[in-house]
Design a protein around this ligand. Structure first.
Ligand SMILES: Nc1ncnc2c1ncn2[C@@H]1O[C@H](COP(=O)(O)OP(=O)(O)O)[C@@H](O)[C@H]1O
Ligand SMILES: [Mg+2]
Length: 248
């Protein structure tokens, strides 16, 4: 049984497709990384999974239940949490208040203020600080912490490390490996390919809205991922499944 299963998802803006026929699944505790150039459709796909962007076709299942027609707030209540690109904290609230906002749709589980602070130790000295006075890395950690406060079963992270110092990113990824031990599934968009290969269990490469290559991170070569990223065809796809799509 998969935690998340998406089948042949398509979506777009106006008449322009952004995601075309993408399928994959996420098991509990698994980290799936979406890799692809700017404009490949990664953010749109995450929003479709969260129910925040209209789906044109295909289906989304969570715990083998079809949730394709389920509203975003209901998906959040069921345990799907999106940390969108570009943080979005409540600037006039303190860190603690921001974290508690995440508990509004709170599901039962092990995440609360104490356990979140333990998993993301950089938050600890900042609890009473105003969110407008945080650095980028601190904001990102709080955004992830806020998502955890709802006790999600599936965390969707869109470029959480964008523009952050590598040392902060290390810290954030370390926290992520801790939270995955609780069985949390993660879909991650990350621009840094080396880091992606290191943290991901499974990689899905998107090119112009299509899933052009996917496979276990340990079995995909860096060359095949780079080729998929740029849309070059290569001879060897290792043990990966080559998907139909933008590559002809
Ligand atoms: N708000 C929007 N209005 C119109 N087109 C958009 C909008 N957001 C994204 N797009 C288009 O959808 C495609 C996929 O974008 P996006 O999902 O943001 O890709 P990625 O996250 O991989 O960079 C791109 O062609 C982009 O220009
Ligand atoms: Mg994006």
């Amino acid at each position: 049984m998969s935690l998340l299963k998406i089948e042949s998802i398509s979506a777009g803006y106006g008449d322009a497709p952004a995601v075309s026929g993408v399928s994959f699944s996420v098991e509990p505790g698994q980290l799936v990384a979406l890799v692809g150039a700017n404009g490949a459709g990664k953010s749109t796909l995450l929003r479709v999974i969260a129910g925040a962007h209209k789906i044109w076709g295909g289906s989304v299942s969570f715990h083998d239940q079809d949730i394709t027609a389920t509203q975003d707030f209901e998906r959040a209540r069921q345990g799907i949490s999106l940390v969108p690109e570009g943080r979005r904290l409540f600037a006039s609230l303190t860190v603690k208040e921001n974290l508690n906002m995440g508990a509004a749709a709170r599901r039962p589980g092990l995440w609360n203020l104490d356990s979140v602070v333990e998993a993301l130790p950089m938050i600890k000295p900042l609890l009473s600080r105003n969110a407008s006075r945080l650095s980028g890395g601190q904001q990102q950690a709080v955004a992830i912490g806020r998502a955890l406060m709802s006790n999600p079963e599936l965390l969707l992270l869109d470029e959480v490390s964008l523009g952050l110092a590598p040392i902060i990113v290390d810290e954030i990824y370390e926290s992520l490996s801790t939270v995955r031990k609780s069985g949390l599934g993660v879909v991650l968009v990350e621009q840094d390919l080396s880091r992606t290969i290191k943290v991901a269990d499974y990689i899905v490469c998107m090119l112009e809205g299509h899933n052009v290559l996917e496979g276990a991170a340990a079995k995909l070569s860096r060359e095949s991922i780079t080729a998929a990223y740029f849309g070059h065809s290569i001879e060897s796809f290792d043990d990966a499944t080559k998907k139909g799509g933008a590559t002809k």
